[in-house]
Design a protein around this ligand. Structure first.
Ligand code: DQA
Length: 148
């Protein structure tokens, strides 16, 4: 069974209580359950992880890329700062769909640039928890083919 890795960066463990006007009230655990249900019906195994530490994300991306397994990545604020995550995607050849719950382009200017987009197969922004499901659909449909 193919595996897709869903990797979540800093502060996403706070979903449900964190800035609900921006991020809504759905928890990360609820996003995980919905995604697992969808993946299960499509014959895909999911790993679903969150870390507040950049190095964890770098390692998980490397592991997925070297194993030839795709990644749905919400790197949180590291999206806008992390050259290390950019390099991990590029260096391991990971096929990554970048996701964001909020429409980062309608927010502060420091959220407008992503170090991930240039090495991602595609980007899904602004649809709340549905962003993750759309990313899964993109990977399952074969639409997200480009590797870094
Ligand atoms: C986010 C957007 C980022 O700018 C922010 O730092 C996050 C969440 C999103 O999913 O909308 O932590 O990635």
């Amino acid at each position: 069974m193919p595996t897709i890795h869903v990797l979540n960066g800093p502060n996403l463990n706070l979903l449900g209580i964190r800035e609900p006007a921006i991020y809504g009230s759905v928890t990360l655990a609820a996003i995980e359950s919905a995604l697992r249900a969808k993946a299960g019906t499509r014959g895909v195994d999911l790993t679903f992880r969150q870390s507040n530490h950049e190095g964890d994300l770098v390692q998980w991306i490397q592991d997925a890329g070297l194993a030839g397994e795709a990644v749905i990545l919400n790197a949180g604020a590291y999206t806008h700062t992390s050259i290390a995550i950019h390099d991990a995607i590029k260096g391991s050849g990971a096929r990554v769909v970048e996701v964001h719950l909020s429409n980062v382009h309608a927010r502060e200017s420091f959220r407008h640039h992503s170090h991930i987009s240039a090495v991602a197969a595609g980007v899904i922004v602004g649809f709340g928890p549905l962003s993750y499901e759309l990313a899964l659909e993109a990977l399952l449909s074969g639409a997200a083919q480009q590797k870094s």
